[in-house]
Ligand binder design. Structure first.
Ligand SMILES: Cc1cc2nc3c(=O)[nH]c(=O)nc-3n(C[C@H](O)[C@H](O)[C@H](O)COP(=O)(O)OP(=O)(O)OC[C@H]3O[C@@H](n4cnc5c(N)ncnc54)[C@H](O)[C@@H]3O)c2cc1C
Length: 325
């Protein structure tokens, strides 16, 4: 039967496909409801599909996002099937505005799949950011770390399998599986809250691992609702709100009138002047960052990497402790 529901060819192309993330993770777009046109329809509370031009829809969506009229984008929903290491899940679950069903390790056998960072991302503690990493770690330290990870995981996996063989309840057998173990969930969220999630989780201040998931999801949003995605990149991801102090600095340097925006002759904002305008050293640093040119991120999905559900399911089944397949 032909559907009367709005469908988007670019989203249909990837629907149900599995995109690998990290060494054993994935994101799959399981379903979606609505697209850019539905954001407009909700905003106008209009009757069914109209005859609006794409440029009109784009203009409205950009206006709504600039002025934070967010409820129309709550009318679009996306549902994902994802697998990620538990430490990533722990960061991800903090986003409370989604509906989640996680694989129950009380009920199901856990696939013994563990995340191993590659050498490039096995870095040293950042000196400037307590929540970050920087620089390369010595390869011999990496090799030793991999050996230790393997030993811990072998032991954790063996203990898990042994307890299952002894008929110990799954909910107890699983308690010492490490945070690197992959878990899975179904995750459904509306477009507004998804874009908020992406703003926080594609940002370079987020941990690299969760950023990899967010990047793939951003690529999916780009297919489901390209105009909303574009407005998000322009106004949220690459936009920066100006503080009162920052506006004071810019209005000292620039004049904006009907002829355009011009530099004021001889105007400057030296370190002392910035201080006098009330900016702390950290705010000055942040202003410098804001005034750097924007990036042009492009979260394009690699379609050649897309796997089938059967292929992914096979990998998961093969990773449960052997005698329990
Ligand atoms: C780089 C980074 C580092 C972080 N570090 C830490 C850390 O060290 N420790 C830590 O505990 N967390 C940390 N977090 C998690 C962070 O504090 C947030 O919990 C997480 O990002 C979810 O953000 P959110 O609440 O805006 O999102 P959501 O939960 O998706 O909520 C979306 C929006 O809905 C509204 N909302 C939702 N629920 C409520 C509510 N109950 N009351 C009022 N408004 C609500 C808010 O406006 C919120 O912004 C970190 C997050 C990031 C991105």
């Amino acid at each position: 039967m032909e559907t009367r529901r709005p469908t988007i060819p670019a989203a249909e192309e990837i629907l149900g496909g599995y995109f690998p993330v990290l060494d054993h993770g994935f994101v799959s777009l399981v379903d979606y409801m609505g697209s850019d046109e539905d954001v407009e329809r909700a905003a106008r509370v209009s009757y069914g599909a109209g005859t609006r031009k794409v440029s009109q829809t784009r203009g409205l969506i950009r206006y709504l996002r600039r002025h934070r009229h967010t409820t129309p984008s709550e009318m679009v929903e996306l549902k994902f099937h994802c697998a990620m290491p538990m430490f990533v899940a722990r960061q991800w679950i903090r986003h409370r505005t989604a509906s989640v069903n996680e694989l129950s390790a009380r009920y199901s056998l856990m696939p013994l799949l563990f995340y191993t960072p590659d050498l490039e991302h096995f870095q040293l503690q950042s000196r400037s950011n307590n929540q970050g990493r920087e620089g390369g770690a010595p390869p011999e330290v990496y090799r030793a770390a991999v050996e230790r990870w393997e030993a811990i995981r072998r032991q954790a996996g063996e203990s898990y399998g042994w307890m299952l063989e002894e008929d110990i309840a799954r909910e107890i057998a699983r308690i010492d599986l490490p945070l690197s173990t992959y878990t899975q969930w179904y995750w459904k969220i509306d477009l507004h809250n998804l874009l908020h999630f992406l703003s926080l989780r594609v940002d370079e201040r987020a941990q690299w691992e969760i950023r990899q998931f967010a990047g793939v999801i951003a690529g999916m949003v780009k297919r489901v609702a390209p105009l909303s995605y574009e407005a998000w990149v322009d106004y949220d991801l690459e936009g920066r709100p100006l503080t009162r102090g920052e506006r004071a600095v810019l209005s000292r340097l620039l004049v904006a009138d009907d002829t355009g925006v011009h530099a004021r002759d001889g105007a400057s904002a030296t370190a002392d002047e910035l201080k006098a305008l009330g900016l702390s050293p950290r705010e000055v640093r942040e202003l410098r960052e804001k005034l750097q040119g924007p990036g042009y991120p492009d979260f394009e999905l690699d379609l050649s990497a897309m796997r089938t559900a059967e292929d992914v399911a096979k990998e998961m089944y093969e990773a449960v402790p052997e005698s329990f397949e």
